[in-house]
Design a protein around this ligand. Sequence first.
Ligand code: AMP
Length: 566
Amino acid sequence: MDYSKLCSVYQALEGTSKGLEKTAILADFLAEIAKSGEYDLIYLLQGKAFADYDKNELGMSLQLVIRAISRATGLGDKEVVDEFRDIGDLGKVAESLVGKKKQQTALFSKKLTVEKVLQNVRKLPTLVGAGTVDRKIGYVVELLNSASPIEARYIVRTVLSDLKVGVGNGLLRDAIVEHCFDPQGDLDEKKEAKEAVQAAYDKATDFAEVFEKACKRKLDDIVLSPGKPVKVMLFPKAAGVEDAFRIVGKPAAFEYKYDGFRVMINKDDGGEIKIFTRRLDDVTRQFPDIVEFVKNNVNAKSFIIDCEAVGYDSKTKIYQAFQAISQRIRRKHHIERLVKELPIELVVFDIIFHDGNSLIGEEFGNRRELIEKIVRQEKFKITLADQIISEDAKEVETFYAKALEEGQEGLMAKSLSAPYKPGARIGHAVKLKPEDKDFDLVITGAEWGTGKRAGWLTSFDVSCLGKGGELLDMGKVSTGLKEKREEGLSFDEMTEMLKKLVLSEGGRKISVEPEIVVSVQYQNIQKSPTYSSGYALRFPRILRLRPDRGKGDIATLKEIESEAEK
Ligand code: AMP
């Protein structure tokens, strides 16, 4: 397929902000993909080259792309940078400069195909060793050399992982429903189809697979397979014990809510163990201790278990808050030392796959019985979540108080009869936490400091998640970070991280890829027409980094609305 065809679709999508129009444009293009049978092309619609579960990074910084543009157009880096300063979007810079070059040289160029673009972009993360940078640039230059101006715009945005055409997962799901199921059908059927496609996506985390199976009416063929990450089930908040009973029913299971980080541990038929975070990052290498515990203490051929990794003090054996062990997720060196200094206990609370069978349709009560059977508990290595089954609010309150006293975050209340729903936040289980007024938000921009703080980014734009998966602005936060690294999360550490994610610059401001999630504490929430979420946090303060979370895990507008109403 000609790349120019896809670029017309991008342009049409960019030209409207209306969800229904975008869905119709997407559905039309999906028809083309279905006809060609090249389902992987759906990734390009998402501005990617791989499935969502695949965490391959293209590794193309602004600098590298600037060099690619300058090489392809024969201009100096400086000219490209100057143009970038004016326009603020490197895609449009490439479009303009490739356009000028074409006018001057009127070179014959080969037609660019979608397959060629996918092929070259897919090579980017595979390169290692000497000459990597040059070869990466080479693949982009090759594409730009045969690109029309408009194609250059989208090639550059794709390699920067910032397509800017506004296609979120919700829209893509709706377009699949529209193409594969009767769009004129009745509303209930449409709702059912939407749920089926969403559930399939949550299992597969791969729109190409979902689309192909939906076209063939075989969504049920999508199965879990250990080794391939799957989204975790999410938990809404309950207002209190009675509210929790109202949501999950009576009797219910109540468990400690441990203050660690979520890990899904997979063991495949060949015995290989893999550990994924809730943002589907593979962190196996960082946690050889967990691999050992699981190898020695979980008696099953294959499984996917849902767990919380909780830190404790190596000397006092007292459990520690997440913050104390968050470094273990990010640091890739001196792992043995970190294992000793920041030990972890693995708390298992669910299982969704066992010895070849998916258990997501199974009742939670039965899933818990199974983990009780196959996990050999060993304190400070691997345990099961502390649990009571109760229908008595008083008994639960006592258990809740005990959890808090022991330094845990609160309780989880779980319906005993509910299935597991990957990726969904539907209330089969809910969390009970004392009022703590903080939200996990993603950083989308920042501003350079002045005076003593020049050289550091000191103010950060934060966003929440809108109903269609889009990011919505919630204002700025500039307190909470430290001046020195020894004191905690510092300006200089944050600056280092954000500098790698810059998408555009203008004056003292930058916008960045939405990669870094922070917990932001606030005093209250106000309505605010200034920000696209419609809300602003008063007295916001960054509490901590959440390296285990991605932009899909941040607070939703719905949660913010319901807090604002309190
Ligand atoms: P929150 O991060 O506030 O949305 O709370 C949900 C998180 O609590 C989950 O994603 C887990 O990481 C964590 N958690 C701790 N203990 C449990 C438990 N017993 N069951 C389920 N999740 C738990």
